[in-house]
Design a protein around this ligand. Structure first.
Ligand SMILES: [Zn+2]
Ligand SMILES: [Zn+2]
Length: 378
């Protein structure tokens, strides 16, 4: 079957091209993508040194299943999850499926190892890799059944597609990684797609002070709607956040916050949350920063903990149903996170708006389906 897909060229560019996706092999599922979220990782994927079908956040409908697929049937609504657990390795058995040893994304494997993941998808007749073995910025994708979670009817595709990355990273880092305590104080540096989910996670966890820190006043207004109790606007003259840290101390009995989360994707700020916490507090860096940065070890005094959790320690079987239930009860906002929707042809605009910090989450909608008219007009 032919469909349109966004193809990164490996050297910073991309184009929308036609790909061919074959019928599912045993244990594979063919998914018709209806909505795909985009995040900073998609922009980074443009430089992953090989042609790649972009996208790792998505939701859609099962179109066909291969032999041996037991959990899904054609017509099922599904959410895709980029950290695909095998269920059998050391990490999966140790309740850390997001660290599955078998399912490392193709871009961290040597090209010679990645071939196993690209069977069944071709670009101009040549097998092509897919971002995180998903490639959600395409009308169709072929995935292992473990990459899918059931999606309840009450969640629109456009709101669901962002759960499998930004929402999970923010919410899960609060609940699973930091385990934020009721009545505690939380500082959040950066209020994009991840930071807003830290804020609403902290609100749901019962934090009594949630301090949002950002450069743009409009972002801070959004942060209040998601549960921030205080906001601090960082001036251009405060690049090391010294004044912002002083303001956090003033708001937290002179000590610093119990927890501080970095969600800016700015390498220089990787260790900044250490400045915002009290002695014995917990600092978390959620941006997946790989760049070399230096840190003054004094920043860890006294007895501060620094964590860089991956994907909010996601356990899809537990976390996704919990997120959907909180959404159903009106406690966790998803619709409001999606600030703009685009067609696949408008991907350049969508990426630019994200890079400019003008959107919380941008979503690409695929209108190849009558399902949009019948089930999901959003
Ligand atoms: Zn595993
Ligand atoms: Zn993402």
């Amino acid at each position: 079957m032919k469909t349109l897909a966004a193809i990164a060229n490996g050297s910073g560019g991309f184009a929308v091209e036609e790909i061919e996706v074959s019928h599912p092999q045993p244990l594979e599922v063919l998914v018709q993508i209806l909505a795909a979220g985009i995040c900073h990782t998609d922009h980074a994927s443009l430089w992953w040194k090989r042609p790649l079908i972009m996208g790792h956040e998505g939701a859609g409908i099962v179109k066909a299943v291969g032999a041996g697929v037991t959990r899904f049937m054609p017509g099922d609504r599904v959410l895709l999850n980029w950290a695909i657990p095998c269920g059998n390795c050391f990490q999966c058995r140790d309740q850390s499926p997001s660290l599955c040893e078998w399912s490392k994304p193709a871009h961290v494997l040597a090209p010679s190892c990645a071939h196993a993941h690209r069977q069944g998808t071709t670009l101009r007749g040549v097998p092509v890799d897919r971002s995180f073995n998903l490639g959600t910025l395409a009308g169709l994708t072929l995935v292992r059944q473990e990459a899918l979670s059931p999606l309840p009817d009450f969640v629109p595709f456009s709101s669901a597609c962002i759960v499998g990355c930004g929402v999970m990273t923010g919410f899960g880092s609060v609940m699973n990684s930091a385990k934020v305590k009721q009545g505690s104080s939380v500082a959040v540096l950066g209020v994009g797609g991840v930071g807003l989910n830290v804020i609403q996670g902290a609100r749901i966890a019962g934090a009594s002070k949630i301090i949002a820190i950002a450069r743009k006043s409009a972002r801070l207004e959004t942060a209040k709607r998601f549960g921030a109790t205080h906001t601090i606007q960082v001036g251009r003259d405060d690049p090391k956040l010294e004044r912002a840290a002083e303001e956090v101390r003033l708001l937290t009995s002179g000590r610093g916050a119990d927890y501080a989360f970095e969600a800016t994707a700015i390498p220089e700020l990787a260790f900044a949350p250490l400045r915002l916490i009290r002695d014995g507090g917990v600092a978390l860096q959620l941006s997946g920063i790989h760049d070399p940065v230096s840190v003054d070890m004094q920043a860890f005094m006294w007895n501060k903990t620094y964590l860089a959790p991956l994907y909010g320690n996601c356990n899809p079987e537990i976390d996704f149903p919990r997120i959907f239930e909180l959404y159903r009860k009106g406690e966790l906002k998803l619709d409001e996170l999606v600030t703009a929707t685009y067609s696949i042809r408008q991907l350049p605009t969508a990426l630019q708006e994200m890079l400019d910090g003008r959107s919380s989450k941008s979503v690409i909608l695929f209108d190849h389906s009558e399902h949009f008219k019948s089930n999901d007009a959003s």
